[in-house]
Design a binder for this molecule. Sequence first.
Ligand code: NI
Length: 172
Amino acid sequence: MSILPILVAPDPRLKVKAQPVTEVDDALRRLIADMLETMYAAPGVGLAAPQVGINKQLVVLDIAKKDEEAQPMALINPEILWRSEETNVYEEGCLSVPEHYAEVTRPARVRLRYQDSQNEIREIEADGLLATVLQHEIDHLSGTLFVDHLSTLKRGMILRKLEKARKFNMKM
Ligand code: NI
């Protein structure tokens, strides 16, 4: 397994619509293992393939707390089938938007369909933190970051700071 470099906004590769996965094979399972390792090392609770420069509809996540047993999940070609009218607000961050956090309002519950790493089609209904993390990660597959849910002003502020930080890092 290996840790993959994570792209940081504003990187154009984070804004691309990801392609469906057509083969659930050993190469894809290796990618899932690498993405989970990358996510745990970061550390983060979710990671989408475009964040490591891979243009595929694949996300991994684990919302277990530090003192709980790991609960890794990999979702291939996930599709949200239903969203509740009721909403929830969580303070979100993102491995591609380092050191910035903001409250985001999203549907409180979602039902979705995906393929697991054994190519079985599954449907789940999620609420609470899981619902938010799933929506955040699936957003990445259409090139949407959590900052895209904020006001233009707030988003601009965060992206300008990240751009500045990147220029500064490149000089060193
Ligand atoms: Ni993210």
